[in-house]
Design a protein around this ligand. Sequence first.
Ligand SMILES: *[C@@H]1O[C@H](CO)[C@@H](O)[C@H](O)[C@H]1NC(C)=O
Ligand SMILES: *[C@@H]1O[C@H](CO)[C@@H](O)[C@H](O)[C@H]1NC(C)=O
Length: 420
Amino acid sequence: MGFSRRLLLWILSILGLLSIASGARLYSSSVSKQKLDVQKHLNRLNKPSTKSIQSPDGDIIDCVPMSSQPAFDHPYLKDHKIQMRPSFHPEGLFDDNKVAAAAAAESKVRANLIKQLWHANGKCPEGTIPIRRTKQEDVVRASSVKRYGKKKHRSIPKPKSAEPDLINQSGHQHAIAYVQGDRYYGAKATVNVWEPKIQQPNEFSLSQLWILGGSFGEDLNSIEAGWQVSPDLYGDNNTRLFTYWTSDAYQATGCYNLLCSGFIQINSEIAMGASISPVSGYRNSQYDISILIWKDPKEGHWWMQFGNDYVLGYWPSFLFSYLADSASMIEWGGEVVNTEADGQHTSTQMGSGRFPEEGFGKSSYFRNIQVVDDSNNLKAPKGLGTFTEQSNCYDVQTGSNGDWGHYFYYGGPGRNAKCQ
Ligand SMILES: *[C@@H]1O[C@H](CO)[C@@H](O)[C@H](O)[C@H]1NC(C)=O
Ligand SMILES: *[C@@H]1O[C@H](CO)[C@@H](O)[C@H](O)[C@H]1NC(C)=O
């Protein structure tokens, strides 16, 4: 390289440093810093993809190579060998196909028609997983970049029967069924899918199951999955499939979906946080989804299955303390946030927005609820309890029969003459 060329390069690099320095000055205002933080966070969350699919609901689904998914940002997972299938699958009491066939014969429930909206516009190639792309406005809606993808309030429904409440869950309302007092290794449910109305954009309505470990203290472990409507998290009112986990009562660890490292996804067809469609209508067609979460007795990871066919992936055992061993409580049901924005109870709906008394086609349900025991068998829940903070706002009613096993109807309209 000639002297003049080297001089030129030297001058160019000085100019480069100067422009970086002035750029840094320009970014010194806090607004610009926030923008930079948002961009950095987006770069962390959105992994390079081999293909992107535009969904009709406005989402972009990125097909990300399995080995580049967010889980592998975790220092403990640097050398993790992905498990492509669980070592063991729980043995069932109910023959799901028989139950589904019986229900379909009565043309009651159209379980197998449920799809994710983005499927209309493409598929992710083998070896990749579909990830809902996080947009700038998604992060900006959060109270801070750090809180994006995390629950804002700690929110565990704590049945009255147990010890004093250690978690201030003011603002959260539940209508749930639960079991406790044994060691549980998983849970299953088929959940009716609706699109409840949300009064305030910072409220949400969800229907899910909780796998809980430990007592209700600062180190509570929880694995959660179901459907939710959350304008704050997704920017719309669509019903979406979601998961959540925490190992410290919603403080520093865990997040929704794949919005932090933890869950390892192996499935190329189902995207966490994507819209599910169709949803049920009042006195109209009913749709439901099945969710099974269980602990693999060999590796100890917590696996999740959606429907009869989709094994989504697993939460590695090391993420948890209590749940590294077993769960101490299982809960199923609904939760809403009640901000009382106008000084009265929210009119955000839970489930279908109707009370349990109305029954099938009107009120939302969980059916075939089961737990996994220490022999990896699916079993009916023993000693099923129910809990709700204000049954005049949202309520729950359990039952059992041959077709549906243990089931319950739950939900309500929120604000009404008896709930102000
Ligand atoms: C719970 O938090 C709310 C505010 O979010 C507060 O008004 C209330 O006093 C708290 N309750 C307890 C028992 O700490
Ligand atoms: C969501 O629903 C509320 C009313 O329930 C409405 O005010 C709001 O505009 C809707 N948001 C979007 C993004 O559609």
